[in-house]
Design a protein around this ligand. Structure first.
Ligand code: PLP
Length: 363
């Protein structure tokens, strides 16, 4: 096959599959919003806390008070808002290593000292966390306990409890980023960190992976004084968020459309996870990876002697697009053999073909 006949397979972005978007339902919900009794509210400016009826729905669902809920333009922007409200330049934030690359970018943008704690298949390495706490007094520990981006790891119950114990002892808050939590394809759900100790935890979530990135709706639930500071920062930054999207999501929830949508996503993505795991075992038996139980990502550590930079160059000719693994690490050199493979936006056939191509360039 010449290069021109090879359809490229893209393993870079953790985006939902195009066929997952509930277009007809979203259209009906948006129509209902714009012709309903809240239409004018969605056209006007509101507060930095977000659209009231959606906050109320999330507060009721999550067992929180209204003052503990903020809804914004996606969830990532809360990190940016933290950088101008509850965090200051020079503060330390502990993160899993690897972690979500965009969070590292935002922390750095605000002059915050990100300290990486190695991640294991069952979550953050507790001994390393304890060691770091001897020399650092962090304001925050940022982690993705369920189906982590990028590794796919899920933190065990024991580690969740231990992390919260340490948060109490050393007086820091935990930022639990949970956009993948509803997308479990097998096994049993564990309690969230927020469920275990709400006074210490801010839980961030998003409708990006549940409905679509385009609705641009994310939420954060946490202690009231912190939420008030974030809402003020939001108001100072963009006055109020995009209420039309938030109202459409509120209508989606109110009509009971979310659970069937999540079930469709699990049916669509579960087989994709199985396909990539089977392909890796068959074609790249020497690559190490954590087998996820849900979410969007699986990441492999390639065999010794493989270099990320060489691989990027070879990938192009093999019809593959790969992301740079070093971006997920506080210390970029730690990610030289690390490769994140998002599996949700590719079909099982594309996943198998992609892994075969990868195997052909890893050698
Ligand atoms: C862990 C994590 N947090 C946050 C986000 C961003 O979500 P949003 O679209 O709500 O800003 C992502 C998106 O990939 C993510 O993986």
């Amino acid at each position: 096959m010449t290069q021109s006949t090879v359809t490229p397979i893209n393993f870079t972005r953790g985006i939902p599959a195009d066929e997952s978007y509930p277009l007809a339902e979203v259209a009906e919900c948006a129509q209902a919003v714009l012709t309903g009794s809240h239409a004018l509210e969605t056209m006007r400016y509101g507060t930095g806390f977000g659209y009231g009826p959606l906050r109320e729905a999330l507060a009721a669902r999550e067992g929180a008070s209204l003052e503990q809920v903020i809804v914004g333009n996606g969830s990532l922007s809360f990190i940016d808002l933290m950088g101008v409200s509850i965090l200051q330049a020079g503060d330390t934030v502990l993160v899993e290593s690897p972690t979500y690359d965009r969070v590292l970018t935002l922390l750095r943008r605000h002059g915050i000292n990100a300290v990486g704690i190695p991640l294991e298949p069952d979550g953050i390495n507790i001994a390393a966390l304890e060691e770091a706490l001897k020399t650092h007094q962090p304001k925050l520990l940022y982690l993705i306990a369920d189906f982590q981006n990028p590794s796919g790891a899920t933190m065990s119950l024991e580690k969740r409890q231990k992390v919260l114990e340490l948060a109490e002892q050393h007086d820091f808050k935990v930022l639990e980023d949970a956009p993948y939590r509803p997308l479990r394809y097998r096994g049993t759900q564990l309690p969230s960190l927020r469920e275990l100790l709400p006074a210490r935890v801010m839980q961030m979530s998003s409708f990006t992976k549940q409905i679509s990135p385009g609705v641009r709706v994310g939420s954060l639930i946490g202690p009231q004084p912190l939420i008030a500071k974030l809402a003020q920062a939001a108001n100072d930054t963009y006055i109020s968020a995009a209420f039309l999207g938030q109202a459409t999501v509120a209508e989606f929830l109110q009509r009971g459309l979310l659970e069937p949508q999540l079930e469709r996503l699990r049916q669509l993505y579960g087989p994709r996870l199985e396909a990539i795991v089977a392909a890796l075992r068959q074609h790249l038996p020497n690559a190490e990876f954590i087998e996820p139980d849900g979410g969007f990502f699986l990441s492999v550590t390639l065999p010794e002697g493989t270099s990320g930079a060489d691989l990027q160059a070879k990938a192009k000719t093999a019809g593959l697009t790969l992301s740079d693994g070093s971006g997920f690490f506080v210390n970029p050199a730690d990610g030289n053999r690390f490769l994140r493979l998002p599996f949700c936006a590719l079909t099982p056939i594309e996943l198998e073909e992609g892994v075969k191509r990868l195997a052909s360039i890893v050698g």
